[in-house]
Design a binder for this molecule. Structure first.
Ligand code: MN
Length: 377
């Protein structure tokens, strides 16, 4: 449950008015209905989407947050009586690869015998472009994708439902203020553009991925669904958990140096059918979101309102800190043993995956859940 000072923003419909989307703020187990609350800039909250508020920028974000912290009268709704939605129009979805432990674990599995990290990895935050249209809100089901893959021990591809469906536990950073095409956004201006953070599960079909990712990167193995938490926590609520990232020491291109710490001491937890299977520590992530934004724009590419910039799978150095099944099970070789005698090398139909997170000071940051449905056909 969110405390009274985190104050994340979301979009909901009430059970008795399912057609009317409203912007709200979570306060403990209730939602403050901003479409009817007495707050600064009420017109920004009249459209059932966060888009106008996101584009309004840091001064407005702070003014509204300050008013909320002082306490706002207004209609409150029990969270249990609301249905949540993706709270903003997702513009571009970009998924980075910012965790060194995740990148190295995958490098060992996909390129055995070689250097776990590719030569470029320590020099720049790598990423692929995902598919914005596949972003769904927590609670949505995910249909097992079909595609081409080469079965274990075979040499030619077959077509069928993925047999290696996986999750990826990540943070997502939500862009509010756009930038101009041709004008890089330096790390110093990160918080002038990025509004807040949510949780992301980047569902991944590892067998499809292995067969398609060379030479242009993941495509159908990722684009079928990406789940996000419904509440976006403002960066302003994260001040107390900001920490240096590992890349802040060591040689670095000038445009990737941070002028302020934007690492975040956030602990993730992954539950599979209710059982905790991993606790990935985001603070060990090599590249900060400010470095991600600086890199994304250094060639002149622009930020757009609603861009979702995900961290990539968060994995720590220890056992039980891996943010995906492919790492937890060593590529499926060592299935996870679950209570009650069940085991999982990969996700099975009807499995439910929940990624939740809390800040180092104990505050709740949210959760994203999703259940796997059988392949179509
Ligand atoms: Mn990912």
């Amino acid at each position: 449950m969110f405390d009274a000072e985190t104050l994340p923003f979301g979009v909901f419909t009430a059970l008795d008015q399912p057609g009317v989307r409203r912007v709200g703020v979570a306060v403990e187990d209730r939602i403050l209905d901003l479409s009817q609350a007495r707050i600064p800039h009420p017109a920004l909250f009249a459209y059932g989407t966060l888009d106008p508020f996101l584009v309004a920028g840091p001064e407005v974000w702070d003014r509204v947050r300050d008013a909320l912290l002082e306490g706002v009268g207004g209609p409150y709704l029990p969270m249990s009586e609301a249905t949540m939605h993706v709270p903003f129009t997702v513009a571009d979805y970009v998924d980075f690869y910012a965790s060194e432990y995740h990148a190295a674990n995958l490098g060992r599995l996909f390129r055995p015998g070689g250097d776990p990290l590719t030569p470029n990895w320590r020099h720049q935050p790598l990423a692929y472009h995902g598919r914005a249209g596949g972003v769904v809100v927590s609670g949505s089901t995910v249909v097992r994708p079909s595609g081409q893959y080469v079965p274990h021990g075979a040499h030619t591809p077959v077509f069928g439902p993925s047999e290696r469906l996986d999750f990826e536990a990540e943070l997502g950073f939500v862009v509010g203020v756009p930038s101009a095409l041709g004008t890089p956004v330096s790390t110093a201006f990160f918080a002038d553009h990025v509004f807040g953070v949510c949780l992301v599960n980047d569902w991944s079909a590892r067998d499809l991925q292995a067969w398609e990712y060379i030479p242009l990167g993941p495509f159908l193995s990722k684009s079928f669904a990406t789940s996000v938490s419904p509440w976006v926590v403002p960066l302003a609520a994260l001040q107390d958990v900001r920490v240096p990232v590992p890349s802040s020491s060591g040689p670095l291109a000038a445009y990737l140096r941070e002028t302020a710490d934007w690492g975040l001491d956030i602990g993730l937890e992954v539950r599979l059918n209710g059982e905790t299977v991993s606790r990935p520590p985001y603070r060990t992530t090599h590249w900060s979101p400010a470095q991600m934004v600086a890199h994304l724009t250094v060639n002149g590419a622009a930020l757009r309102t609603g861009d979702l910039l995900a961290s990539g799978t968060v994995s720590g150095p220890g056992d039980g800190e891996e943010g995906s099944l492919i790492e937890l099970t060593h590529g499926g070789e060592k299935p996870l043993e679950l209570p009650g005698g069940a085991s999982r090398a990969w996700l099975e139909d009807y499995d439910e995956v929940t990624v939740s997170a809390s800040l180092a000071d104990g505050r709740y940051l949210g959760e994203v859940a999703g259940r796997v449905l059988p392949a179509v056909g």
